[in-house]
Design a protein around this ligand. Structure first.
Ligand code: ADP
Ligand code: ASP
Ligand code: MG
Length: 411
């Protein structure tokens, strides 16, 4: 069916995650949703993740070939997953009688910096996308990938990166942004762990940033940063139902809960450094080297005593090899230090904008964890978040206990 394009039509960017395109039936279901939106008179751009666990499988394959896969080649490999799913969705749209075209990130004009496996989107020049929309087509864009003009190479955006593709496309096209996944929105805790977790109607950008940074993987951190920077509201909702999801938007002026959500992550590795020289420049040398290796550092703690410092910091599991290399490099300037890696920790956090004006949240959190006999290893705070690193074994128990203690469940 050819649909006459109208320039004043609204544009929507719809993003579907891996579980939403995991098999041919689901791909047909996604195509149906796109066609329904098109038939309502909307210009439709969809960006999709790789099918199911494809990215994990490709990573395993790379690991079976090489202990340290070359980052450029890793991006060549990983970016294929999203090309497959977006071509398949385009085929399914054709079968429903509509015109569709799929583009790689580079064809869609997604320009990134040259950092392989965690590139940042610099700009989008979506000429081909706009042209295809003007012709009345449904446009599919392979998520999670872009292209660097500096190196002329394919890049990928980091795990969960299709969320960032969606937000950046919505900003470039002046479109609304809908992120579809296997959960119907953002909840007070991971609904897989807490049975009575409650769906939140609205979450501010600020709270969503803290939630994403502390492990609520329903939205990728970088995508939320882009949404806040570009003022793109996100509607996070279910692929498999029509119910209203969660709006992530500027919530200024709204009454804000003291605690909105409990988040967790089981992905932390702590580097505990001892015998760090207690003099100006030691921490700078260490974290300069770590930053140059593009390692995402989370919690940092330093203690000084007996002429030397102890410094601990946590990094995501995938950044461990880069952090090790960075620490070797730092020792060339500060001298030898003692390094211990602690890999059996996880993190539980409370997030809430109302915390800022209500003291006592941290104390109640520590009391709740103590009552569960859970030991705290590291604590870190922001004005609207308190995080504790605890034994990984106890993370789920801690999430449930905190959700209960702060009364976050269904009323
Ligand atoms: P997709 O593959 O569609 O990108 P993800 O697996 O990345 O989806 O994110 C959705 C998952 O996020 C859910 O299945 C859920 O288990 C998890 N999750 C963690 N914390 C939350 C939360 N607070 N609210 C909703 N989902 C959450
Ligand atoms: N397929 C990539 C991943 O698994 C990107 C994404 O799903 O958004 O991380
Ligand atoms: Mg995701």
């Amino acid at each position: 069916m050819s649909t006459a394009p109208e320039s004043n039509q609204e544009t929507v960017v719809m993003k579907f995650g891996g579980s939403s395109v995991a098999d041919p039936d689901k791909i047909r279901q996604v195509a149906r949703r796109l066609v329904d939106a098109r038939e309502r008179g909307v210009r439709v751009v969809a960006t999709v993740s790789a099918m199911g666990d494809t990215t994990d499988t490709l990573l395993e394959l790379a690991g079976a070939i090489s202990p340290h896969p070359h980052p450029r080649e890793l991006d060549m490999l990983l970016s294929t997953g999203e090309r497959i799913s977006c071509a398949l969705v385009a085929m399914a749209v054709h079968d429903l009688g509509h015109e569709a075209v799929s583009f790689t990130g580079s064809q869609a004009g997604i320009i990134t910096d040259p950092v392989h496996t965690k590139a940042k989107i610099r700009e989008i020049t979506p000429f081909r996308v706009v042209e295809a929309l003007d012709e009345g087509r449904i446009v599919l864009v392979a998520g999670f990938q872009g292209f660097s003009r500096d190196t002329m190479d394919v890049t990928t955006l980091g795990r969960g990166g299709t969320d960032a593709t969606a937000v950046a496309l919505a900003a470039a096209l002046g479109a609304t942004c809908e992120i579809y996944s296997d959960v119907p929105g953002v909840f007070t805790a991971d609904p897989r762990i807490v049975a009575d977790a409650r769906k939140l109607a609205v979450v501010s950008y600020e709270e969503m940033l803290e939630m994403a940074a502390s492990g609520a993987k329903v939205l990728m951190l970088r995508a939320v940063e882009l949404a806040r920077g570009q003022r793109v509201p996100i509607h996070a909702r279910s692929t498999f139902s029509d119910e209203e999801g969660t709006r992530i938007e500027d919530a200024e002026g709204m009454e804000q809960a003291i605690v909105s959500a409990v988040t967790h992550s089981e992905d932390e590795v702590v580097f505990a450094l001892r015998a760090v020289p207690d003099r100006p420049g030691s921490a700078a040398a260490i974290f300069d080297a770590v930053a140059a290796a593009h390692v995402n550092v989370d919690t940092i703690l330093q203690n000084v005593g007996h002429g030397s410092a102890e410094l601990s910091f946590s990094v995501p599991h995938e950044d461990v090899p880069a952090a090790r290399r960075a620490l070797e490099h730092a020792q060339e300037s500060i001298g030898a230090i003692k390094i211990e890696e602690i890999a059996d920790l996880g993190k539980v956090s409370l997030v809430g904008a109302g915390m800022r004006s209500h003291p006592g949240v941290a104390a109640r959190m520590f009391r709740t964890l103590a009552d569960e006999q859970i030991n705290l290893r590291l604590i870190s705070t922001s004005p609207i978040k308190v995080s504790c690193l605890i034994p990984r074994l106890h993370v789920e128990q801690a999430v449930r206990a905190l959700h209960e203690a702060f009364g976050l469940g269904e009323q």
